[in-house]
Structure formats: C-alpha cells, structure tokens
Design a protein around this ligand. Structure first.
Ligand SMILES: NC(=O)c1ccc[n+]([C@@H]2O[C@H](COP(=O)([O-])OP(=O)(O)OC[C@H]3O[C@@H](n4cnc5c(N)ncnc54)[C@H](OP(=O)(O)O)[C@@H]3O)[C@@H](O)[C@H]2O)c1
Length: 144
C-alpha cells in the first residue's frame, strides 16, 4: 500500500529476478516510481503519458507512451521475453495480451489498494505449480 508491496519475501524476489534477468520488463510509471531504480541486467520499459527528458547513462531505461507500441518495439528490438510486472492499471490493460501468467500465491489475505485482475479459468489453464516454503508459483497458459 502507498507504493509498497505488503509482503517482503527474499525467495519471491529471487524468483522474480531469475525469471526476468536478461529479458525485458514492462511496467507502469507508478510501479517504476515505487521500485525507485532501474533493475539491472534487464531492459526497463516504463509506460507514461508524459515522457520525461532523457536520463543520461541509463541505456536500459526506455519510456513508452503506448502499450501496443511498447510491446511491438520490444519484439522488434530483440529484447527477449517481455515480462509485464504491473501495477494494477497496466495489468488490467494487458492481461488479454499475454501468452502466460506467472503468479506468486501467498497463503494469507493482505490489505491493499492495487490488485491483479481476476484470473478467468475459462481463458487460463494452470499447467505448472512450483512450491516454495512460504508460497507457491502458478504458471498459466491461455486455453486454445
Ligand atoms: N508484485 C506486486 O505486488 C506489485 C507489482 C507491481 C506493482 N505493484 C504496486 O502497484 C502500485 C502501482 O500500481 P498502479 O495501478 O497504481 O499504477 P501503475 O499501473 O504502476 O502505473 C500507472 C501509470 O502508468 C501509466 N499508464 C497507464 N496506462 C497507460 C497507457 N495506456 N499508456 C501510457 N501510460 C499509461 C500512467 O503514467 P503517468 O501518470 O506517468 O502518465 C499511469 O499513471 C505500486 O504501489 C506498486 O508497488 C505491486
């Protein structure tokens, strides 16, 4: 809440890093602000309607104004897999566009002001579950 994630789990952060490293990230400007830095060894693509002036010395930080254009550009420029990492506004606009969902599930209910959209089981099928001591990660593919 207020820009913070309501849990802090090192294994979940390691899973996030291992999954996304050497690839690219697409995120909303508010998520970028809440992270507070460019994540290394990944192309960081930030969606905003007000592109700021270039930040020198940050070759792996790119601003985009249009979601579809951002996805097309990432593919065209060979940025590897594109992982959409939030926040809620961006998830709502892109959940239909992805091929796969990789979702961490914690076994508790938490307060929050930003949410991932409901995963529609008519559209998404869980094909893999990886268990960790305090959470599990579900992988979903789009049904044909
Ligand atoms: N794992 C997690 O728990 C997780 C993951 C990610 C984020 N979060 C949390 O989510 C919160 C932020 O989520 P949020 O939903 O408030 O914001 P957000 O989705 O991160 O960012 C919203 C911003 O993205 C830009 N934007 C949205 N749609 C756009 C479009 N169609 N074209 C161009 N730009 C667009 C706008 O930026 P401008 O205002 O600059 O125009 C908008 O204000 C943070 O608190 C973060 O900590 C949590």
């Amino acid at each position: 809440m207020n820009g913070n994630i309501p849990w802090n789990n090192k294994l979940d952060l390691a899973h996030f890093k291992n999954t996304t490293v050497k690839n690219s990230l697409l995120m909303g400007r508010k998520t970028f602000d809440s992270i507070g830095m460019v994540l290394q060894d990944r192309v960081n693509i930030v969606l905003t309607r007000n592109i700021p002036t270039a930040r020198p010395g940050m070759p792996n930080l790119i601003y985009e104004q249009d979601i579809t254009q951002a996805i097309d550009n990432a593919e065209m420029r060979g940025y590897g897999n594109l992982y959409i990492i939030g926040g809620g506004e961006i998830f709502r606009q892109t959940i239909e566009l992805g091929d796969e969902l990789i979702i961490t599930h914690f076994p508790f209910v938490s307060e929050g002001d930003t949410f991932f959209p409901k995963i529609d089981s008519a559209i998404w099928e869980e094909y893999k579950e990886v268990k960790y001591p305090e959470f599990h990660v579900s992988h979903y593919l789009k049904r044909n």
